[in-house]
Design a protein around this ligand. Structure first.
Ligand code: ATP
Ligand code: MG
Length: 269
C-alpha cells in the first residue's frame, strides 16, 4: 500500500449546509475526533447534493490522502447521492450490498415495516464496499478503499454520525491511526491583549515545534481581554506529550505575569 501518511479530508454533503440552514457540526465533531486519534485533518469540504460535485471531490481525495470521511446523503430519498457518487468516482458498479440489506431488513422488520424500493436503496453501495451498522438509524455506513485511500461514509444526522463513528468506524481507524497519544492543554489568560502576548506565543511555538500553540480571544482586545491558549502535543508516550504541552504553556504563563496579567492553572484533556 502507498504511504499516504495520516492526512484526512472531511467531505460534508448537503444543500442545507451551504444555505446556512444547518450548522456543520459534523465537520467540527469529526475534526475533533480524528485529531484526537492522531490523524492530521487537512481539509474540510462542503458540497451541495449534486452528484458531479461529490464525484469531483472524491476523485481529488483518492490516492492523495489516507482517509476521506464523508457525511450526509446516505438516506432513502432521491437527493441522497453520496454512494452513487463514490461508485462513479472510482469507476465501480453500484450493487445491493448483502450485509447492508440484512441490516436494513432487520431495522424495519423489528418495527413491523416491510422492505420497499426506497429502503432497499440504502443498501446500494459501490462494489467491494463494506457496510457499517447504524446503531440508531436505518441507513448503514459504507467503507471502500482505493489507491491507498480509505473512504468512510457516515450518515448526515449528527447523532447517527457520531454513534456510527464511535461504535463502527473507530475500530477500522484505530488500526491505521498513528500509535501516538494526543494531549491538549489549555490556559485562560486575563488582562493581557492578544497582540501583547503574541510574541511570547510565537517564541514558545518556535521553541516547541512539536507542540501546536494557538490563542483564542474570548473577550475584547482592549478593556477586559480574555484569552484561551491551547497547546496540542503528540508523543508515543502520553506523559511526554502532556509534559511538552505544559512546558509550552508555562513559558506563556510566566510572560503573562511579567506583563501584569493573570492566568489560571493549565488543564489537560
Ligand atoms: P437520512 O437517512 O436521515 O436522510 P442522510 O445520511 O441522508 O440521512 P442527509 O439527508 O444529508 O443525511 O442529512 C440529514 C439531516 O442531518 C439534515 O437535514 C441535517 O439536519 C443533518 N445534517 C446533515 N449534514 C450535517 C452536518 N454536516 N452537520 C450537522 N448536521 C447535518
Ligand atoms: Mg437524507
Amino acid at each position: 500500500m502507498e504511504n499516504l501518511n495520516y492526512d484526512v479530508w472531511i467531505l460534508t454533503v448537503g444543500n442545507e449546509l451551504l444555505i446556512g440552514r444547518v450548522v456543520n457540526t459534523n465537520a467540527s465533531q469529526l475534526g475533533k475526533m480524528l485529531t484526537l486519534m492522531g490523524f492530521r485533518v487537512s481539509r474540510i469540504i462542503v458540497v451541495p447534493d449534486d452528484i458531479e460535485e461529490i464525484v469531483e471531490e472524491v476523485r481529488r481525495a483518492t490516492g492523495r490522502v489516507r482517509l476521506l470521511v464523508t457525511t450526509g446523503g446516505l438516506g432513502p430519498t432521491y437527493d441522497d447521492l453520496t454512494l452513487e457518487a463514490i461508485a462513479r468516482a472510482l469507476n465501480r458498479q453500484l450493487k445491493v450490498n448483502p450485509e447492508a440489506e440484512a441490516m436494513i431488513r432487520e431495522f424495519y422488520s423489528r418495527r413491523g415495516m416491510p422492505m420497499t424500493r426506497e429502503r432497499l436503496k440504502m443498501a446500494v453501495m459501490p462494489e467491494g464496499a463494506m457496510a457499517l451498522k447504524n446503531p440508531i438509524g436505518a441507513a448503514p455506513g459504507c467503507v471502500v478503499e482505493e489507491g491507498g485511500t480509505i473512504i468512510i461514509s457516515l450518515p448526515g444526522v449528527p447523532e447517527e454520525m457520531e454513534a456510527m463513528f464511535k461504535s463502527e468506524a473507530a475500530k477500522i481507524l484505530e488500526r491505521i491511526a498513528p500509535q501516538i497519544s494526543i494531549v491538549e492543554c489549555s490556559l485562560t489568560i486575563k488582562g493581557v491583549p492578544e497582540s501583547t502576548i503574541a510574541p511570547a506565543i510565537e517564541s514558545t511555538a518556535k521553541k516547541h515545534p512539536e507542540v501546536y500553540v494557538k490563542s483564542h480571544p474570548k473577550g475584547f482586545e482592549l478593556g477586559a481581554p480574555v484569552l484561551d491558549v491551547r497547546a496540542l502535543a503528540s508523543d508515543v508516550d502520553r506523559g511526554s506529550a502532556e509534559a511538552a504541552a505544559l512546558e509550552a504553556l508555562a513559558y506563556i504563563k510566566q510572560e503573562v505575569v511579567r506583563l501584569g496579567g493573570s492566568t489560571d492553572e493549565a488543564r489537560c484533556g
